[in-house]
Design a protein around this ligand. Sequence first.
Ligand SMILES: [Zn+2]
Length: 124
Amino acid sequence: MPTIKELKQDLASYKDEDVVAYALWGVADVFQRARELRYKCTKEQAEKILERVHDNQDCEYGITWPSLDFFDAEDINCEKLPPAKCPFCGDEVEDQGQFDDPSSYYCWKCQKEVEPVFSQEVKA
Ligand SMILES: [Zn+2]
């Protein structure tokens, strides 16, 4: 599993003033993506996902939000939550909250923040 310790060893070949481009993905990012796609993961599952992402990253495109989508992988198997739906129109609503912030759901059809209902049932 890739760790910060290994990253620091890789960085030892650089000088402090070297200019680089970098992006770092952590469990907070996995939790955010999971919330957006209505999955519930443990820290251990998120770490497995990060390891999978690291091992499978595309050298052409790097790591992107969809790169994290191993929630259904057989050996990871995060819990799939029911969709969040607008209580007024029944459309699926998206969690607009950030990782540390409280959830905030917005219905684009009704054009307002809503308190969603969580159900597998589709309204007619
Ligand atoms: Zn609505």
